[in-house]
Write a protein that binds this ligand. Structure first.
Ligand code: PHE
Length: 491
């Protein structure tokens, strides 16, 4: 309809001066006319020039006063011509809002005397505001000063109207040519294909959004980290064991049974099954000994170690429980064959009984790396940390002495974040203690350097999240997972 009207009109006339006027003259909807113009313009049937017009429209409040009169006029009319009306009574009559606005405006116009008794000062008033609003509503021209005043009272707001003026374009034709979009079997059979004009490809058209799976940012960063570890010659540890015994999560790591982290306020314990069935008994015995009385040059913690405490099942609080199992297995292997150095890593979920806030969840993911070899030193640890973190884009590192029950020395790792302009903590590290390694049965000169960090932290920094709950957990917006960047270059 609109297309025929436009092309037909241009066949007989030089131009269409205003698409708005054209639409109303031909009884067409202007939005529809605009769509047709855009398409005709795209195919060069017409040349189009933008027309913008500023107009004013009434706000809801403006519409109300155009119907019922301005508050000041309503107030004026509510005052009896003789003797006036007590202020309170007038307020009740008009309602608090109308009364307030009406008073201010009527007093400004010197229409009324405000006091305990409100009285008229003049006999008659013209409701100019209402008249002006009605004029604007009908699209009539109104004085600039009046516009300003009505705008200040938020009774009108500006609105831009967009339309076009049109002329014939370079490819103008009174009727749009139909181009074939597909080469069909019929065309081939009849030979029509020789005469048909085909539609050109529009390489600027956006494709359909793809309905496909989307990778969660945590998955992408995990993949990136896994690649880094694999390139550095690390093997992945089996982490499919969310439920651990206290023994592997704490005792094997020389973490004393009175340690505050073992409190149920910090750790989730299982009700069913509440205890583990099986532990390697001779190793348990050596762990008990090292806790109670030390050995290997250590005094131990000098307390009575409880097997019941070690048996308790929990949701693992760190993946270092996995590392302990792996190192124990490695030590078992040395009973049968010579010790071989190992590089292990894991990236998986851990659980802590923590108050949830912007940066903490009760479950998150840990990244852990460890190297087990003869004669390793703190210098090796610092070196490997530089190597590892620089592959993540963090090349400025600093270390701060720290404490873990299972490492000595221990270091917190800080990285300088160029974007934030400050040092941020990115991980924890250390050399596993002899009290942890020797009861396992590892050769005496074997040292283990290890480090751990959360997966969420670097992901939040990389993808610009500042609330961990936007990233993981039941409040995550699925749309956000669909629209996050495909990849990130550097931190
Ligand atoms: N397990 C430590 C944590 O939960 C991380 C760590 C791993 C520290 C290995 C030192 C060595 O924070």
């Amino acid at each position: 309809m609109a297309e025929e009207a436009i092309l037909g009109y241009l066949a007989k006339n030089e131009e269409i001066g205003d698409s708005g006027e054209f639409a109303s003259k031909h009884g067409l909807n202007h939005d529809e006319v605009v769509n047709v113009i855009k398409s005709l313009h795209g195919f060069r049937y017409v040349e189009a020039q933008d027309i913008k017009r500023e107009s004013w429209v009434l706000t809801n409040e403006g519409k109300l006063y155009a119907d019922t009169g301005s508050p000041e006029a309503q107030l004026f009319l509510a005052i009896p011509p003789e003797g006036g009306i007590p202020r309170e009574e007038l307020q009740i009559k008009l309602g608090p809002l109308l009364f307030k606005i009406g008073c201010a405006q009527a007093a400004k116009n010197r229409w009324v005397d405000m006091g305990g008794q409100v009285t008229r000062r003049v006999q008659h008033v013209d409701d100019r505001v209402k008249d002006l609003l009605l004029k604007i509503k009908e699209g009539q021209v109104v004085d600039q000063d009046d516009i300003k005043a009505l705008k200040a009272r938020k009774l009108i707001v500006p609105q831009t109207w967009n339309g076009y003026s049109l002329k014939k374009g370079p490819d103008y034709a009174p009727q749009r040519k139909k181009f074939a979009a597909d080469l069909t079997r019929e065309m081939l059979q009849s030979g029509d294909w020789k005469n048909v004009e085909f539609k050109e490809y529009n390489f600027n058209a956006k494709g359909q959004p793809i309905e496909a799976g989307h990778l969660h940012p945590l998955n992408k960063v995990r993949h990136q980290l896994r690649m880094i570890f694999l390139q550095m010659g690390f093997e992945e540890m089996p982490t499919d064991r969310y439920v651990e015994s206290s023994f592997w999560n704490f005792d094997a790591l020389f973490q004393p049974q009175q340690h505050p982290a073992r409190d149920s306020h910090d750790t989730f314990y299982l009700k069913v099954p509440s205890t583990t069935k099986e532990l390697p008994e001779d190793y348990v015995e050596r762990v008990k000994c090292v806790h109670e009385s030390g050995g290997y040059g250590s005094r131990g913690y000098e307390y009575d170690w409880s097997r019941e405490e070690a048996n308790k099942n929990l949701l693992r609080t760190h993946t270092t429980a996995v590392s302990a199992r792996m190192l124990y297995n490695l030590a078992q292997d040395t009973l049968k064959k010579p010790f071989t150095p190992k590089r292990y890593f894991s990236i998986d979920r851990v659980f802590r009984n923590e108050a949830v806030d912007r940066t903490h969840l009760a479950e998150f993911h840990q990244i852990e790396g460890l190297i087990c070899d003869r004669g390793l030193t703190l210098g090796d640890l610092i070196g490997v940390l530089h190597d590892f973190f620089s592959r993540l884009g963090m090349s400025k590192l600093r270390f701060k002495p720290a404490y873990n029950p299972y490492t000595e020395p221990s270091m917190e790792i800080f990285s300088y974040h160029e974007g934030f302009g400050k040092w941020v903590e990115v991980g924890n590290s250390g050399m596993f203690r002899p009290e942890m390694l020797l009861p396992m049965g590892l050769p005496e000169d074997v040292r283990v350097i290890a480090w751990g960090l959360s997966l969420e932290r670097p992901t939040m920094i990389m993808y610009g999240y500042n609330n961990i709950r936007d990233l993981f957990g039941h409040k995550v917006d699925l749309g956000l997972i669909k629209t996050n960047p495909i990849c990130r270059l550097g931190l």
